[in-house]
Design a binder for this molecule. Structure first.
Ligand SMILES: [Ca+2]
Ligand SMILES: [Ca+2]
Length: 300
């Protein structure tokens, strides 16, 4: 700084003053203040968090994804079932980022197995199946039904009058259930569709998974409509199917094939409790040889 007097003379010795500011080099500490429980059936999660330094900003990440700016609370939805880790790091006003982000690990989409059968008992009795096989239709447990050397269910029926084969399992009253199984269609009439599985409520059938005889294409049928599922079960192939339903007039139906979701839609499943599943078709005169194994039913 230099002063100039009223005559225009500038002070030849510029006055200087040196000072220092306490520079902030201390990173903030991040704390998660609310998070999901360690195990939950929900596939959504919300987190609240705070910083030891006022005025901090935050970045968040789930499962190691690139961190993104976030504010508290931050919510996630549509998480896959299984273990996830959330991490959040505060950055203070001076740009110091917490080198040890706060983390929370939890299990989303946890389910309870209400029924499973791999048919290793050699029959249908142990699983509590009700067997319907009439007029040349057969329901048997045989080795190699689906996988080589492994016991599974084989359902066959013919074009004969009254011929049918299916197995049905009661499950108690459920609002939501997920039915998974290994399916293999060894042969089926190209001119007939048939039901790979049906789900029932206490007022009757609410949902069918239908396979087209000509193409193997799948469709989902509620009490009123049939919708293409965008997937197929080709003859001879082993396909893991997963059908998740929640009842209601605006119920939820989701279908996965070999672990990939192919169909998700609101459908009318009625309001009655879901109470049983049928593998195979109780319609008659269907010419088919259909195999089923590793049936698992879970609830949220
Ligand atoms: Ca600081
Ligand atoms: Ca088996």
């Amino acid at each position: 700084m230099a002063a100039t007097d009223s005559s225009g003379n500038t002070d030849p010795t510029t006055a200087t003053h040196t000072w220092s500011v306490e520079q902030d080099t201390t990173p903030p500490q991040t704390t998660i203040t609310s998070a999901p429980p360690s195990t939950t059936s929900s596939t959504s999660a919300s987190f609240s968090f705070s910083s030891s330094e006022a005025g901090s900003s935050f970045t968040c990440s789930v499962d190691g994804a690139p961190a993104q700016a976030c504010t508290s609370p931050t919510a996630y939805s549509g998480l896959s079932a299984g273990s996830h880790t959330f991490s959040v790091a505060a950055t203070d006003g001076a740009g110091n980022t917490d080198p040890t982000p706060a983390t929370h690990t939890w299990t989303a989409g946890a389910t309870t197995v209400v029924f499973s059968d791999n048919f290793s008992s050699g029959g249908f009795t142990a699983g509590g199946w009700q067997v319907q096989a009439t007029n040349g239709g057969t329901a048997t447990v045989v080795s190699g039904a689906v996988l080589p050397g492994d016991l599974g269910a084989r359902l066959t029926s013919t074009s004969a009058e009254g011929s049918t084969a299916s197995i049905r399992k009661s499950l108690g009253s459920r609002t939501s259930l997920t039915l998974e199984w290994d399916a293999r269609v060894v042969s089926a009439s190209s001119s007939q569709s048939f039901n790979l599985a049906k789900i029932y409520g206490s007022n009757g059938r609410v949902l069918s998974l239908v396979r087209s005889g000509s193409s193997g294409a799948l469709s989902v049928q509620d009490t009123a409509t049939t919708v293409a599922a965008g997937a197929s079960v080709p003859t001879g192939q082993v396909v893991r199917l997963r059908l998740s339903v929640t009842n209601g007039t605006a119920g939820s139906v989701r279908l996965s094939v070999n672990g990939t979701e192919v169909f998700s839609r609101t459908m009318n499943l009625g309001t009655a409790a879901l109470n049983s599943v049928r593998m195979g078709d109780d319609a008659k005169r269907r010419t088919l040889d259909y195999r089923v194994d590793n049936v698992v039913v879970t609830t949220p």
